[in-house]
Design a binder for this molecule. Structure first.
Ligand code: GLA
Length: 679
């Protein structure tokens, strides 16, 4: 979690996107800045993929074109987020250092002609990234246009794990520092299994393609190592910049889109958190996935304002079916990020590319030019954000936390788990989705965090849980918290070893249950849970059951059918002054409301009765609440609120109607009694 937050020096809400002028002749640049002014753009990211044009051969720099671009932007009042181009090393680099190429798990050595960093363990690459970061920082540290540094691009994709020889060697050193001795490593990895015992460090490799399933503890450590090596590369660049420049430094995350990096650790290394988000077009309610990403980003930022570094004005180009955004959708998406704490709304990219792999990706200025719906909406969004300047730096607060631990997901998502149907992503989305529909704002947190400020903590997928983290969750319950744990949680320790005492043992005190056996269901089989409080509300479930024994918990639902028929399915346990709920199956979405209503009651949380697909979030400052209302639905929705609607400047008394597909931001005066629009 980010402790510090240094905001780039841009007035109001920042607005703009990636700007790649090197793809265009100079005369277009003048048109670009004129159009940027028309749209209200005040921040652009420059140079992210420009290494080959900035360092034309090793150590030979050509900054003339970039000088011109940055000066031109500055003359037009547009600030610069200056990229380091290290996600795309030049052809000369790979020609001089062929050994720096990345090797995939199946042994393929990656070629040139695309993008993607070199091996994060290559000394030649590490030297080269420091050289270019240092040269850029020396040249532009004092340029008044430069307000932010953008290191690299989306660490972890397209290059993450690297199986090259230099990576293997670095892995051995990393393991030796982690474990100290081979005995410790053998014990941690459980190498007695399948005769994998190591007698010398030199025999340890990366978990490359193997005849059968590779050692899961080895794979988990390789994921940790990969994350650490990439972060070292980031820190090398960051420190090279910091030696000359005082502006905040960031790198763009992919929260909830790419899970290959442990963003909690990364957030501690940036001055301001920034994130890229793209809608998953196949999802008919993609706004919920967007909200997860935004809430996760805000949580990574420690609740501080964050930068939406990239999203799209309309379709992307890299999904199976790239669905164009419908009129108004871009503004709804942007305002949802804003409502969830983003004080900068940026896009990939400013002007659509004519050449290359992304020519079918939408942009702020599309191929169709200014005579287009997208352009008109871009100009309109710029004007909207201008009217929201006063909301900047206000905060979003949440009473509920969902636990999100990348290391646990890495372990859970390996092969040979009890059922292919169990997905950490799916359960997170299911619980989050119910909270979203109930108008309850969510933070994300690690199980090691201080959770005491949350009324409710949910663990939808926490397969890997250290004993210490389980003790933290147990303490949280003891002291009055409500904890809900979904099945297949608390199963293994940090080395993917099943906890002594059995599945879920470290949480048994908090939950008052003992998991005796997993009982996954066959594909397509559904089951019913008898809801004890009201048989009319029996819950549909599928994919999984458990032979569950209570050791103090009360039974809230039992299995009606399936292998665990008659046994407990959902339990509730009073522990200390709090409550631990355990859900031993996948409750289908239609049953979630019944389940969560009972859980909210324990937590003292009141859900909001909002119309379908009506998203309402509150940002708070010392003297005002800003209610951000986004209507994703097909019918007008009404909100009980008084104040001023900032986008139109009109007064609102008692209630405000938000037309289908529209957005509203209402400044309300915070009632002195603490009464809030939303809980
Ligand atoms: C990522 C990258 C951008 C661009 C977009 C396209 O987020 O950072 O360079 O490729 O995807 O959606």
């Amino acid at each position: 979690m980010s402790e510090t937050n240094v905001w780039p020096a841009v007035a109001g809400i920042a607005y703009g996107g990636d700007y790649n002028p090197e793809q265009w002749p100079r005369e277009v640049w003048r048109d670009d800045v004129a159009r940027m002014r028309d749209a209200g753009v005040n921040l652009v990211s420059v140079g992210i993929f420009s290494w080959a044009l900035l360092e034309t051969s090793e150590g030979l720099f050509d900054f003339a074109w970039l000088d011109e671009v940055i000066d031109l932007l500055h003359e037009n009042g547009i600030a610069v987020d200056l990229g380091t181009p290290t996600a795309s090393p030049p052809a000369w680099f790979f020609a001089a250092h062929p050994g720096a190429r990345v090797q995939s798990r199946d042994g393929t050595v990656m070629g040139f002609g695309s993008r993607g960093m070199a091996s994060h363990s290559s000394e030649a690459y590490r030297t080269a990234i420091v050289r270019i970061a240092d040269a850029l920082a020396q040249r532009y540290a004092d340029h008044p246009a430069v307000v932010l540094w953008h290191v690299h691009n989306e660490y972890g994709a397209p290059v993450g794990e690297d199986y090259s020889e230099q990576s293997v060697q670095a892995f051995r050193s990393w393991l030796s520092a982690r474990y100290g001795s081979l005995d410790a490593l053998n014990a941690a990895w459980g190498t007695a299994f399948w005769g994998q015992h190591y007698t010398t460090w030199d025999h340890i490799g990366a978990p490359a393609a193997t005849p059968s399933v590779a050692n899961p503890a080895q794979r988990l450590d390789f994921a940790r190592f990969t994350d650490a090596r990439m972060r070292e590369c980031y820190v090398l660049e960051r420190d090279a910049i910091r030696a000359h420049a005082a502006q905040p430094i960031t790198t763009n995350f992919m929260a909830n889109q790419h899970w290959g990096v442990n963003l909690w650790a990364w957030a501690a290394e940036v001055d301001v958190v920034s994130n890229d988000h793209y809608l998953w077009a196949a999802d008919p309610e993609a706004e919920i996935g967007l909200a997860i990403a935004a809430d996760l980003t805000r949580s990574l930022a420690g609740g501080n304002p964050w930068i939406l570094m990239e999203h799209s004005t309309s379709a992307v180009n890299w999904q199976g079916r790239n669905i164009a955004k419908r009129p108004g959708e871009m503004a709804r998406n942007s305002l949802s990020h804003f409502g969830r704490g983003a004080d900068a709304i940026l896009f990939f990219q400013w002007r659509a590319s004519r050449s290359g792999a992304e020519k079918f990706h939408s942009a702020m200025l599309p191929h169709a030019g200014t005579e287009s719906r997208v352009w008109r909406e871009v100009v309109d969004l710029g004007a909207k954000l201008d009217r929201l300047a006063e909301v900047r730096d206000s905060r979003v607060t949440a009473d509920v936390a969902i636990l999100w631990d990348f290391e646990s997901f890495w372990a859970q998502d390996l092969e040979w788990r009890p059922s292919d149907d169990v997905s950490s992503r799916e359960r997170i989305r299911a619980y989050y989705e119910q909270l979203w529909r109930d108008g309850i704002t969510v933070d994300f947190a690690l199980p090691s965090h201080d959770l005491s400020r949350y009324a409710l903590v949910i663990a939808p997928a926490l397969y890997l849980l250290s004993t210490a983290d389980a003790a933290n969750l147990t303490r949280y319950v003891e002291r009055g918290g409500t904890l809900l744990v979904s099945f297949f949680s608390g199963i293994v320790d940090e080395n993917d070893r099943v906890h002594e005492g059995g599945f879920g043992a470290p949480l048994s005190q908090a939950l008052g249950v003992r998991v005796e056996e997993f009982l996954p269901l066959r594909e397509g089989v559904t089951s019913t849970l008898a809801w004890q409080a009201d048989p009319a509300q029996n819950l549909p479930a599928d994919i999984w059951q458990e032979a569950l024994a209570t050791t103090g918990a009360e039974i809230r639902a039992t299995y009606v059918n399936g292998p665990a028929a008659g046994g407990p399915a959902i339990t509730r346990h009073r522990h200390g002054s709090g409550t631990g709920w355990y859900v031993s199956t996948r409750v289908q979405n239609t049953g979630m409301r019944t389940l969560m209503s009972a859980v909210y009651e324990d937590a003292g949380i009141t859900p909001s009765d909002l119309p379908e697909r009506f998203e309402v979030i509150v940002r708070r400052s010392a003297d005002a609440d800003f209610v951000v209302a986004i209507n994703h639905g097909d019918a007008a929705a009404s909100l009980a609120v008084s104040g001023v609607e900032l986008l139109t400047g009109s007064g609102v008394s008692d209630s405000h109607d938000v037309p289908a597909g529209d957005v509203a931001v209402i400044r309300t005066t915070a009632p002195s009694g603490g009464e809030r629009i939303l809980p």
